[in-house]
Structure formats: structure tokens, C-alpha cells
Design a protein around this ligand. Structure first.
Ligand code: GRF
Length: 191
């Protein structure tokens, strides 16, 4: 059985779909929700699904052990970042190298990096006059939104699009693809 920990800072709509997708899966299960925001919507999703939550704080996460002991004693095999806004510390990058995936709501390498999350991304894409946008699912390394890309899907940016309408189109791609790509990555990883 491969155990996933989902890291989420916000609403958790991606987390909800990932939990749903792996419900009754023969070899992969979501075992833990890791969150840095005590008011995040994802906490309700966790309790509804009777999943344990690890609430993390900055000091220990960035300047301590990255909560690695908790991940290890839950036998976590893969970290899935689904709307997690903090950078992953090198302690976790090292312990889980090749086993951390993130989803970004744009076509990296464009429109990524520090501060590029949520509507900031869609505003920048529209302001730049891009004709298309989409999602990038990638491995995580020490830099924001920088690791090797695994999967991308595209949407057309229409003239009347606003950050809200574009966000909706991009989020539809996230929900449609992220769970399946996670499954492919986990099944193909023989660590
Ligand atoms: C999504 O836009 C995702 O691409 C980005 O953060 C957002 C998460 O949304 N990483 P939700 O919390 O899963 O609804």
C-alpha cells in the first residue's frame, strides 16, 4: 500500500477530488492531510473523510525537521501539494526526493515562482495577453514551481476572460487530471 500525504493551505477542492479518486483504491490511499492554516476549508474535508490532520507551523517547518518524524511514523510514501503555499524545506526535499508532486495553475515555466498563486497567476496571464493557459503538474525541488514537469493540459484564454472565468476553466483541468496523474506517478515509482 502506498500512503499519500496531501499538503493544502486553502479550500482543498483538489484534495477532495484526490481523496474521492483513491477511495477503495487497491494499492494507494490518502493517509494524512498536512495544513498550515487552522481556518482552511480543507480541514472540513479532512474531518468529513475521517482523515488525520497534521497542522504545521513556520518555525519548525522551515528551521526545524520539517515535521519529518510525523510523516515517517505515518509511513507516508508520497507528498502531494494541492494548493500548498509554502516552499518545501530541503529536509523534506531530501527525504522525499522524486516523491513530491505539485500542481500549478499555469503553463510553467511561465507564470510561476514566488507569489504566483491563485488569482495572481490568472491576472498575470491575462495582462500578458496570453492566448492559452492551463495546468502544470511537476516534481518539487528546492525552488518554487521549478521541478521537472510531469503533465500539462491547456485551455484557450478568450478575449472576455477575467481572472475568475479563467480560474474556473483551469480548476476544471486540475480536478480532471491531478488524481490520475498522481496515480501514474506513484505506480511508476519503484522506490
Ligand atoms: C489551485 O489553483 C492549484 O492549482 C494551486 O492552488 C489552488 C488550490 O485550490 N496550487 P484548492 O485549495 O485545491 O481548491
Amino acid at each position: 500500500m502506498k500512503n499519500l500525504a496531501i499538503f493544502s493551505s486553502g479550500a482543498g477542492s483538489n484534495a477532495a477530488r484526490i481523496i474521492e479518486f483513491f477511495h477503495n483504491h487497491p494499492t494507494i490511499r490518502v493517509k494524512l492531510i498536512v495544513c498550515n492554516n487552522p481556518n482552511a476549508g480543507v480541514l472540513h474535508i479532512a474531518s468529513k473523510n475521517r482523515l488525520p490532520v497534521l497542522l504545521i507551523e513556520k518555525e519548525r517547518f522551515f528551521r526545524g525537521d520539517g515535521f519529518l518524524p510525523e510523516l515517517e511514523n505515518q509511513a507516508i510514501d508520497f507528498l502531494v501539494l494541492a494548493g500548498f503555499l509554502w516552499k518545501i524545506p530541503v529536509s523534506l526535499i531530501r527525504a522525499y526526493s522524486g516523491r513530491i508532486v505539485n500542481i500549478h495553475p499555469a503553463l510553467l515555466p511561465g507564470f510561476g515562482g514566488k507569489g504566483m498563486y491563485g488569482r495572481h497567476v490568472h491576472e498575470a496571464v491575462i495582462a500578458a495577453g496570453e492566448k492559452e493557459s492551463g495546468i502544470t503538474i511537476h516534481y518539487v525541488d528546492e525552488l518554487y514551481d521549478h521541478g521537472q514537469a510531469i503533465f500539462q493540459a491547456r485551455v484557450i484564454v478568450e478575449p472576455g476572460d477575467t481572472p475568475e472565468t479563467l480560474a474556473k476553466k483551469v480548476q476544471a483541468l486540475e480536478h480532471a487530471h491531478f488524481p490520475r496523474v498522481i496515480e501514474e506517478v506513484v505506480l511508476s515509482n519503484h522506490r
